[in-house]
Design a binder for this molecule. Structure first.
Ligand code: F3S
Length: 394
């Protein structure tokens, strides 16, 4: 692989231990995937922030890098396993909290912004069209590639961190035009009437196309929330990193000539929703996978006005969206119902099984997928149904 003089210096250890280690990771990755060279990135989103996923080995790795490593580009963090300020209110135990705070301290020393959100594009880290980035949150990867037109592979924790500490990533995969072309055409034959319909469609299509690039035809319009939840679902049931949507996403004019076609029907929509429903009495309700937009927070506030929640209800969002919610008066409405904001974290990366919750209602197919993998029963509902469930008295 061709390296510049500066990159050679990093690889030789002239710029310190952490940079050398990171460059070794990137060169090894580049060789595996046949990259000709590295490319500079403008931002990094690091996944692997929850202590639940990282464990003690992860803390050791981060501490080692933090001895002399520093982020060279804007670096934001995925959600942690708890709210960094309100973890006691969430019922998180001290042992877990102390470990989680060590993880955050290491990232801070490495120069990352302690943003702790999976929607960095709603919290100030918004790349531009065609910019190369190295993002490690699968839902944000799909959103950035597809909706914004930026360029990133699905980075793992170590490769994203390596990109942060060197400012580079290997030039392969979705950084190259030829890999961004549609490989499947999805003919949508049912009106999509809510973000939950988009989420279910993403779950269905991800299972079919695996790591392909679907091109959606027949979708009239899509909101930010529709595209956000579609991105997450595609990346959870499959390995999708990018999609196109006719008339909506910026590279959709490529068309889907020659791609295999699948249909998405009203039967597929209903079956997928049924598949994401395990039944059972709900004891935990959570909205915000991916983290809520301000529009979603506004809707929740409107639905909760004058009502009281009867079971644990989390609204997961970034600190930035929470700040805007505070300013707009939505926070007061939500919290006076007994519902809680969960900033910095989410229902999947927090240790909810240790908190004793067994049946979770949510409006995200991605959350259902991972919660179920973690041993919970799930109920996939619309946002309105989730609020009704959270305030049900019988
Ligand atoms: Fe975000 Fe957690 Fe869902 S990190 S995409 S809210 S699983």
């Amino acid at each position: 692989m061709l390296l510049t003089r500066e990159e050679e210096a990093m690889l030789s250890g002239n710029e310190g231990f952490a940079t050398q280690k990171c460059m070794q990771i990137l060169v090894a990755l580049g060789r595996i995937y046949g990259a000709e060279r590295l490319v500079k990135v403008s931002s990094v989103q690091v996944s692997g922030v929850s202590y639940k996923n990282l464990g003690d080995a992860g803390i050791e790795f981060l501490d080692e890098l933090a001895k002399d490593g520093r982020a060279r580009v804007r670096t934001t963090l995925n959600p942690a396993g708890m709210s960094l300020t309100d973890w006691k209110k969430q019922g998180i135990g001290r042992a877990f909290a102390e470990k989680q705070l060590k993880v955050i301290d290491a990232y801070r020393r490495l120069g990352a912004e302690v943003s702790c959100t999976c929607t960095p594009y709603l919290a100030g880290n918004e790349p531009r069209f065609a910019q190369h980035i190295a993002w490690g949150e699968s839902s944000a990867v799909v959103y950035a590639n597809s909706v914004i037109g930026a360029r990133t592979n699905r980075e793992g924790g170590p490769s994203a961190l390596a990109a942060s500490l060197t400012g580079r990533t290997p030039l392969y995969g979705y950084h190259l035009d030829e890999n961004r072309r549609p490989t499947w055409k999805v003919q949508v034959g049912v009106p999509l009437e809510s973000p939950e319909d988009f989420s279910a469609m993403g779950y269905f299509v991800g299972r079919t196309v695996k790591d392909g690039v679907p091109f959606f035809a027949g979708v009239g319009s899509a909101s930010l929330e529709d595209l956000k939840t579609l991105s997450a679902a595609l990346a959870s049931s499959g390995g999708v990193a990018m999609f196109h949507m006719e008339g909506i996403t910026p590279e959709a004019e490529l068309g889907a000539d020659g791609a295999d076609t699948i249909q998405f029907t009203s039967g597929d929509l209903q079956e997928t929703k049924a598949l994401l429903n395990d039944g059972g009495v709900v004891d935990f309700v959570s909205i915000g996978c991916p983290h809520c937009s301000l529009g979603e927070v506004r809707t929740i506030a409107g639905l909760l006005r004058g009502r009281t929640v009867t079971r644990e209800f989390w609204v997961c969002c970034s600190r930035e969206v929470k700040r805007l919610s505070d300013e707009s008066g939505y926070t007061r409405l939500i919290e006076s119902s007994g519902a809680k904001f969960a900033t910095d974290t989410c229902m999947v990366v927090a240790p909810i099984e240790e908190l004793g919750y067994r049946v979770v209602a949510t409006n995200s197919a991605k959350a259902c997928h991972y919660l179920r993998n973690g041993g919970a029963r799930v109920r996939f509902m619309t946002l309105e149904e989730c609020v009704a469930e959270a305030t049900r008295t019988a």
